[in-house]
Design a binder for this molecule. Structure first.
Ligand SMILES: [Zn+2]
Length: 266
């Protein structure tokens, strides 16, 4: 993917997420991210009844939802303030069938903000490793990342059982140019998100993960849902790594090694 000066500039802005109001302008209503600004502006300071907001969610239409391309992302916002976690599912093709429902069921976090995009696109299948994905089908994800500057970003994908080796096989680095996924439980795989979004849109200290759920397998969906319940309460990347080390030490070690290799630290 070619680097454009404009893109690089945005990436540098992302590296200083706390220099604005700490919410990237989004939660204070300064951004143009939400069509319904007034309803959100000032909510973390001036609204008297905080309880009215905790546990509340709202699905907002995206301004450029497009039924022709199958781009139809809606967004759900829980809570307020930092940290901000952004979870996205149904990123391409038919993956929404196994992943969208998981985000729809998730409950509000105890602290900070949780932003959900349960269905990014049910149009054609373009891999997130394809440089066309994020500027195309995934453009609302990119927009959310730029506006929100999330500390934690999670993608939920799904795979057919026969493709397990393609994702988790050790030679994935040679075949796809990205590390193999780690196997967690019930067919759920853990890896990083595409370098096309990781490197340009997130600071190093962000936690960016991709989960692959085995298609048509209920235990797989249930396990992924439990992982998200943990992740939605996390404050930092390191807190999650500590959690992973306790539950899945081998996978945690691999995740840290892959991360260091990606940033050239080893
Ligand atoms: Zn996918």
């Amino acid at each position: 993917m070619q680097e454009k000066p404009g893109v690089r500039k945005k990436s540098q802005q992302v590296r200083n997420p706390m220099k604005t109001d700490g919410t990237g302008g989004f939660l204070s209503g300064k951004g143009d991210f939400l069509p319904d600004k007034d309803e959100f502006s000032g909510r973390d300071k001036t609204l008297p009844d905080k309880d009215e907001f905790s546990g509340r969610s709202k699905i907002l239409p995206w301004t450029d939802s497009n039924s022709e391309t199958g781009t139809e992302a809606g967004i759900k916002v829980y809570g307020s303030g930092r940290p901000v976690r952004l979870f996205a599912a149904g990123l391409h093709g038919e993956e929404w069938k196994d992943t969208t429902g998981i985000l729809e069921k998730i409950r509000p976090p105890k602290t900070g903000t949780l932003v959900l995009i349960p269905l990014v696109s049910r149009g054609e299948y373009i891999s997130t490793l394809d440089p066309r994905y994020y500027p195309g089908l995934g453009k609302e994800v990119l927009r959310a990342v730029e506006e929100l500057k999330p500390e934690i970003y999670i993608e939920l994908h799904s795979y057919a059982a026969e493709n397990f080796e393609k994702l988790a096989g050790k030679d994935r680095i040679n075949r796809a140019g990205v590390p193999a996924y780690s196997v967690l439980e019930a067919g759920v795989l853990l890896g990083s998100v595409s370098p096309h979004i990781r490197r340009k849109y997130f600071p190093k200290e962000a936690l960016c993960l991709s989960f692959e759920i085995e298609k048509g397998r209920a235990e797989s969906r249930e396990f992924a849902a439990r992982m998200l319940e943990v992740l939605k309460e996390m404050e930092t990347r390191d807190e999650f790594i500590e959690h992973l080390k306790k539950e899945f030490p081998g996978q945690a070690k691999k995740a840290v090694e892959d991360y260091r290799r990606f940033y050239g630290e080893i």
